[in-house]
Design a protein around this ligand. Sequence first.
Ligand code: KIV
Length: 274
Amino acid sequence: MSVQAAIRRKTAPDIRARKSGAPIVMLTSYHAHTAALVDRHCDAILVGDSLGNVMHGFETTVPVTLDMMILQGRAVMRGSAQALVVVDMPFGSYEASKEQAFHSAVRVMKETQCGAVKLEGGVRMAETVAFLTERGIPVMGHVGLTPQSINTIGSFRAQGRDEGSWEPIENDAMAVAEAGAFSVVLEAVAEPLARKITQEIVIPTIGIGASSACDGQVLVLEDMLGLSPRTPKFVRRYGDLGPAIDAAVEAYATDVRARTFPGPEHVYPLKKTV
Ligand code: KIV
């Protein structure tokens, strides 16, 4: 009997093959239950280090650790079945050397069994991207706005809004593509530049705040569900779950206080004796 699962998960090469094809659909997830919902509709799931903001309330992604990423990566793998799961490498786990990046990425791959990792940086990370991909670790790049660098860049600002600033961003995207990344996230990149990069490089671009010119899109799930306290300009809200959750919790609190929950249908009576 074959031990192969009935549904084969999408792989990094599957996503790579979608260049200039049907748009790649990606969302973040950090939990088994949301992963199961996202998995039904998406090609890829990102276990983003945005979990530092969303789950833990940190102001930036800088405090996120490798152990935090691995724990949530495992949850998302358990919850999903067909999408490619990409786990973010957190700040400090890969920048020191290509060897450090390899050891961290191997932990992620072995302990979560995800299909790929993502790391931030272009030209400066190209050698590392090549080192990982040559050793069996598929890498998604991430250029444009790179939130892990917040303490050196100073603010979360859109990138490439004047043509004079395009060259380093183009070079970054080109560098990760040439180093062997299977796709690259373009974050908060002006539309004409995102279009140009998408036309120039051979791997799919996945945009977040980078226009429909990209080969695919990714959003933070909680942002598009209306669960985040602040909605960035580039997010379309596809749900408004905040007020729905608030109303449900309020109704529960009212029922508990009035002793109308639990009702008779929620209790365990004694077994009938014969
Ligand atoms: O951590 C994350 O969710 C990300 C997306 C913003 C692309 O990196």
